[in-house]
Design a protein around this ligand. Structure first.
Ligand code: ATP
Length: 262
């Protein structure tokens, strides 16, 4: 994998808030077609890292590259323009609108009305057709009716709609912040299925999660964040969950030795 150019890469990210060093020189590499989980204890710097990767925060120091080209994100829209979408736990859906309208929120399709192109009407049927195709394409079987209003959907279905919206329009990286945190077993499995589907499509997925079984089920590699640094990058193949937790909490280093002995 190292001979490929990462779709998203960070080097030496530093971010401080007053006296607090949230990021202390963090590197991260994400490749197309992989799920990279980011794990870490509370306060390890996961959120700050994600914010710096997605334009929600500006790092004090460090560089970001997208497909090998250096970028500078000053706001979330800059990251979006570069193909990097984020789904926060809040999901930012419009509850009173249907699924189709939510997918097209802010990029509605219009068609000429009876009075010509001056009064352009919302192309609802066109949007519904396209939304159905996009939802099917992502293998989101949990959604059956694209005209269903979002406030009537279950948590897992809402999560799926938010992910579909994030990836529907040509993004290459999607960052998912605790996508299964509020979900039951079956719904979590559905969301993990969508994540696998994104990987199949060649997208790079960053998954922030405290749920170790979910991380180990779906991640290709795991970035372990500890005290503002990248403590290790491990794989579910080579490490157990308890080893991951030990690295996360400082009880062990990546080669299994106790911290301080390495
Ligand atoms: N806006 C802010 N102002 C001051 N300190 C902040 C701010 N944001 C984060 N921090 C501090 O930076 C450090 C890293 O926080 P961050 O939220 O990135 O950690 P986290 O790994 O996401 O934690 P959690 O799992 O609890 O969400 C913490 O010590 C936190 O208190």
């Amino acid at each position: 994998m190292t001979d490929r150019t990462p779709v998203l890469s960070a080097r030496g990210l530093i971010k401080t808030y007053g006296a607090v060093v949230a990021l202390d020189g963090v590197d991260l590499d994400l490749y197309a077609g992989e799920v990279l989980a980011v794990i870490g204890d509370n306060g390890a710097g996961k959120s700050t890292l994600i914010k710096c990767l997605t334009g929600a925060e500006i790092p004090d120091l460090g560089t970001l590259t997208v497909d090998g080209t250096q970028v500078r994100f000053r706001k979330p829209q800059d990251a979006r323009d570069a193909g990097i979408e984020t789904v926060y736990q809040t999901l930012s859906l419009a509850p009173a609108l249907d699924i189709s309208a939510n997918l097209f929120l802010g990029r509605e399709r219009r068609r000429p009305g009876v009075l010509g192109s001056v009064f352009r009407m919302l192309d609802k049927s066109g949007m519904r057709e396209e939304a159905t195709a996009k939802v099917d394409d992502l293998g989101i079987r949990t959604i059956q009716d694209i005209t269903q209003v979002v406030e009537t959907l279950s948590g897992g279905q809402r999560q799926a709609v938010a992910v579909a919206r994030a990836v529907a329009f040509g993004s290459k990286v999607v960052v998912l912040d605790e996508p299964t945190a509020a979900l039951g077993v079956r719904e979590s499995e559905q969301v993990l299925g969508v994540i696998r589907e994104l990987r199949e499509r060649g997208m790079g997925v960053i998954l922030i999660s405290h749920n170790m079984p979910h991380v180990f089920e779906v991640a290709d590699r795991i970035h372990v964040q500890r005290l503002g640094r990248r403590a290790a990058v491990i794989t579910p193949r080579d490490h157990t969950m308890s080893e991951a937790v030990a690295i996360m909490t400082g009880a062990a280093t990546v080669d299994g030795t106790k911290e301080g002995q390495a």
